[in-house]
Design a protein around this ligand. Structure first.
Ligand code: SAM
Length: 297
């Protein structure tokens, strides 16, 4: 039994039983039990000795083991300290793994990583807790990190939204932001049967490559504009934007749309990535609008 890899269901059952551990639904604790999926993730991330990997949410170490076997340095952030005794055993043979027990959303990643490893390109690989997927992705993109690639397991519907092309039902502010920051690839579909305990939804692994930050784009301003534009998908973009509570008047918004060459009658989902970039540049600088945003005028 002891020479079984961690992804085997018997091994997971044994480990959690021995430790008296109970899975937390609210922390999204669904552990991977499929070796093929694990191998596909690490192959797609092209892991090798000398790489630095950030893993978010170790669970009992199923994916961590696969990452560590590549010889890469693996830095993990896991919120659940009750997993510590388990991980001390399951990952005991790896000197290239370090785990920080902390909420990823409260972690200064740049500081934690730079102080340990210096400024090295980082590959993020994670089977994310679904309750906090978008905030984690936004945090990764916003922090001062040398991101080389991100491979994340997300809920299938979320994966569709992230990778949706213009003109489709799933195309939204998340698609615009993520696609402007990186090249997105759907790596592999993962049915719910690949997890223990089994979740109620299917999943997909999404890769973000060629991660970029264009200095001529104000991503945060653009994100606020697209969130407003998509808030009422059936309305014209002019009406959606001007009824959202942004700190720009209807006239200013109409002027920005016209300057960009976007007909005022278009809807948000018909506007391409390039058009959104130019719209963001033509838009009046948004100020302290957070508290107004979302309120109907
Ligand atoms: N990597 C393991 C696997 O693939 O089997 C576990 C993945 S499980 C879907 C998500 C993990 O993220 C859980 O271990 C959970 O405790 C952890 N987690 C949940 N919220 C977190 C947070 N805010 N910060 C860090 N880890 C978190």
């Amino acid at each position: 039994m002891d020479d079984l890899r961690l992804y085997s269901p018997q091994k997971i059952r044994q480990v959690v039983q021995d430790a008296g551990f109970s899975f937390s639904k609210s922390l999204g604790q669904n552990f991977l039990i499929d070796g093929n999926i694990l191998r596909k993730i690490s192959q797609s991330a092209d892991l090798k000795e000398g790489d630095l990997v950030l893993e978010i949410g170790t669970g009992i170490g199923t994916l961590t083991e696969e990452l560590a076997l590549s010889g890469a340095d693996v830095f993990c952030v896991e919120i659940d300290r009750s997993l510590e005794p388990i991980l001390q055993e399951t990952l005991a043979r790896f000197e290239n793994v370090e785990i920080l027990f902390q909420d990823i959303m409260k972690t200064n990643l740049a500081e934690e990583i730079h102080s340990r490893y210096g400024r090295r390109p980082i590959k993020v690989v994670a089977n994310l807790p679904y309750y906090v997927t978008t905030p984690i992705l936004m945090k990764l993109f916003r922090e001062d990190l040398e991101l080389e690639s991100i491979h994340v397991m997300v809920q299938k519907e979320m994966g569709e939204r992230i990778s949706a092309p213009v003109g489709t039902k799933s195309y939204g502010s998340l698609s615009v932001y993520m696609q402007l920051r990186s090249k997105i690839e759907r790596v592999v579909n993962v049915p719910r049967t690949c997890f223990m305990p089994q979740p109620r939804v299917d999943s997909i692994v999404i890769a973000f490559r060629e991660i970029r930050s264009n200095p001529s784009i104000d991503y945060d301003q653009l994100e606020r504009i697209t969130r407003a534009a998509f808030s009422k998908r059936r309305k014209t973009v002019l009406n959606a934007l001007s009824s959202y509570g942004l700190s720009a008047s209807k006239e200013e918004i109409a002027e920005a749309l016209e300057k960009t060459g976007i007909p005022l009658t278009k809807r948000a989902e018909q506007i391409t990535l390039d058009e959104y970039i130019v719209l963001g540049q033509n838009f009046p600088k948004l100020i302290g609008a957070e508290e107004n945003e979302g309120r109907e005028k």
